[in-house]
Design a protein around this ligand. Structure first.
Ligand code: ADP
Ligand code: ADP
Length: 230
């Protein structure tokens, strides 16, 4: 019962003379209600993997499915539509539009999906503990508030798949605990949660840990995940 599957992902970059194979046949699965942490050194391919899983980037080869739907190898507009509906993305740069208030950022995310959202912007703001900051612009927020606002936007459409890149980096203890609790709650509600992280705290809440190194994934204490489908 997998909600997120990546099958034999390759990502080839060419920048001038420089050629990089950032992903070399990465396969992974995250089931309903499961939390997976992806760890690995800088340059291992973590950001590239997350971008491919979110449909923000296209793998050169392989396939990504979210909530049973293929999101890879589609035009960008279709990937954006599928992402809005099925995937919440929490990025290091925070997933907020700078010229919109926090509340309008949430509404914008919800507007991208047809139908009535499960939670109102107000309820989301309250859930992440910034109910009084809805009118503020992202640049007017503290680091902790910004993280909470990013979380509210990522959760705006109750996504089946939640992807987070270093969600607890440089946060105060309270905010870190809140972010981890919200990620756990999401998994408890049946979502597939994948966290790219260096934090031991974040690794601790994961059901499984996948180590990425030089574009290859290996289940911690297990076999190379690329062979899982053979
Ligand atoms: P990590 O997030 O684990 O630090 P990245 O996914 O950012 O790793 O990068 C993996 C490899 O791909 C690195 O060698 C990096 O230099 C290269 N890379 C990442 N993005 C690009 C890009 N847009 N163009 C060229 N090379 C890239
Ligand atoms: P992190 O290590 O925190 O994941 P990186 O510095 O590896 O961050 O990458 C930050 C951004 O820069 C990513 O979007 C990545 O795709 C891009 N990037 C990384 N390496 C390169 C590169 N060699 N050429 C172009 N873009 C790159």
């Amino acid at each position: 019962d997998d909600v997120l599957t990546a099958r034999e992902l390759y990502r080839f970059y060419r920048a001038g003379e420089e050629e990089t194979l950032a992903l070399r046949g990465v396969s992974l699965r995250v089931g309903r209600g499961e939390t997976v942490a992806v760890v690995g050194p800088s340059g291992a391919g973590k950001s590239t993997l997350l971008a491919c899983l979110a449909g923000l980037d296209e793998p050169s080869g392989g396939e990504v499915r979210v909530d049973g739907v293929r999101i890879s190898h589609r035009p960008e507009t279709e990937r954006a539509r599928l992402r809005a509906r099925h995937v919440g993305v929490l990025l290091q740069t925070r997933n907020l539009l700078p010229h919109l208030s926090v509340r309008d950022n949430i509404r914008m995310a919800q507007h991208a999906v047809r139908g009535r959202p499960a939670m109102t912007a107000e309820a989301l703001l309250e859930q992440v503990g910034i109910e009084r900051r809805g009118r503020a612009l992202p640049r007017q927020l503290s680091g902790g508030e910004l993280a909470r606002a990013g979380l509210a936007v990522a959760l705006a459409n109750s996504p089946a798949v939640l992807l987070a890149d270093e969600p607890t980096g440089e946060l105060d203890g309270d905010t870190e605990q809140l972010v981890l609790r919200m990620l756990r709650d999401r998994a408890a509600d049946g979502s597939a949660v994948l966290i790219v992280t260096h934090s031991a705290e974040a690794v601790r809440i994961a059901d499984r840990v996948v180590a990425l190194d030089d574009g290859r994934a290996r289940e911690k204490g297990g076999r190379e995940t690329g062979h899982a489908f053979r």
